[in-house]
Design a protein around this ligand. Sequence first.
Ligand code: ADP
Length: 664
Amino acid sequence: MHAIQNPASEATLHVRWERLRHMLWLLPLLASLLFVAGVLTWAYRSEGAERDDRRATMIADALSSEAQLQGQLQAEQAHLLELAQQLPGLAHTPAALTRNPEVVDGLRRLWLGVTWLDANNRIIAHAPEQTTLAGLRPGDSDLPGQSAHLTQTVGRDKLVVRYSPALLLRRGIPWWLSLKYDVQLIDANEEVIASLDQRALRSEARSRESYMVSVGSNMPGAFLELSLREVPPPFWLTLPLVLMAGFLGLMLVATLLLRRQVVRISRAENAWRNEAAWRQAMEDSALVGLRARDAEGRILYVNRTFCDMVGLGAEQLVGLLPPMPYWPPDALDEVMLRSQRNLEGRAPRDGYEALWCHQDGRRLNVMVFESPLIDAQGRQTGWMGSIIDITARKQLEERERHQAEAMAHQARLTTLGEVASSLAHQLNQPLTVIMGYNAGLQRMLSDAGYDNQAVLHALSQQGEQAAEAGRIVRRIREFLTRRAPQREACDLSAVARRAADLLQRDLRVAQVQIEWVQAPALPLVFADPILMEQVLINLIRNAVDAMSDCAHAAPGGRMRIAAQPEGERFVRMDVEDSGPGLSGRTVEALSTPFYSTKSDGMGMGLAICRSVIEVHHGGMEAGSCSLGGARFSFTLPVFDATLHDAPEARLADEDARASLESEL
Ligand code: ADP
């Protein structure tokens, strides 16, 4: 399965992540809150556990204390029973009762008094007298609380012992328990019967943790109550939690400060990003290449235009030291010297021209302006170069220079042509005279019966050569004279051979072989033979030039000139060569006026050829051929006597002449 990348969802994700990133300052506070919540939960739980422990201990303490009291009371009851068994032998006087050892012991322990009652609840005797008790237990006067009593029947009599519950508590409750608890005996109405500590108040005790247990049948309606002396503070008031609250407060302040700082930083970051994006956009859209170098010439930065200029990526360029990969390899020493000069700060203020190499081998002319590279502290750390590609401007200048030269050359040729034309005109006269004298002389010798064959042959040769010279001079005149088309029935292949004859010398120098192809019974065409000759001269000369310019061609090119019918109404002429070919260029492009790839070319040859062919109602095209080079072809209409001798044809011819004159 393919993972489908959705740019929209990616963008949303990015926006969310950015938002989240801007909230990161909250993280420490959240972590602290979590930590504090954890500590609070732990403290709450451990306080609960402690409370349960405390309560369990208190219950255990209360129950054991109650057992102690019960034990004491049962012991007292047993003593009372002992006393009761001694009563029958005892005198019915208080003194006798007071002297009884059981009574004395009881009063020493916790008894307050013993009362002997008869069946009618009348007091028989009472012990002790006040003085005796004071002697027995000093300090009893400050005993707090109420008193309680124990009863024992003896026959019909009854013994009642009054005792102090406070003393009972003092004797029955271990001392260490009283350090921990307030111990009290209370009745059903929650009135204090006795207490270990006089200060303990019931209302105060109520607010504390306490536990009550019934004392039992020996002291009916009484309860033993244990109240914790110290109330443990609630868990939120313990020191660690107070410190924790302080810590939270500090965290809050720190978070606010952090937030302020984060907001400032993110504002600065946004501003920086905007600025970087603008700078990048400006650098990328600039037509000027930028290159920053340090003092040793190491490349620190290049913009996209610079990379495009030299055909190398920024990652390939940054960090490089001279020599640079875009320097022309054939002039490394010279460029190295210039680079050294620039790094020493001696670069021309108004820039300098340089020749660089694109990665694909293309050369480019650049204009370089160097300026100091200053860092944030105001120190110069290197050089910043602004580079403008001036290749197109240079090429234009070069072309203009060539064209000016070609025009001058053409002007010289025109003058020369005119000189040659008038020379030919003037030579015509003496040649005609020579031919006249030669003919007269031959006739006179023949009339006189002179028969020296050698002299007669020489004279005839002289006449023929003079006639040939006359023909050559006339042809030169016709060739040099700008003329309008004078169409007639014309043998195209004969015209082509004449053109090749005229270029004989060039063909020989360039060692070009021409292969002639001619269809049998080739029809005549309706065209101006002189103009056709000029067209073919141009095509053959271009082919020779192309084959000679072609550096990798073997010396001696091949040409094929073919003439053959094209349908019934046209004749087609092909001029093919084994040169470099046209590299996809069309005839329209090649025949644009002043288009030339030759250093001394005028760029008018093909333009004129095409006009001449079109004026003759033909067509011209170009392409490749089996010889490996270019093929230039044109067609011309076949001569038709019925058509081309008609007056309308002559009229059309007049128009064509006018149009060609204007073009030429
Ligand atoms: P010129 O000969 O002055 O350059 P032309 O108009 O005759 O002007 O030719 C224009 C251009 O066409 C030439 O510069 C050349 O580049 C191209 N050209 C013409 N003939 C050939 C050929 N046979 N092979 C290759 N290129 C050709």
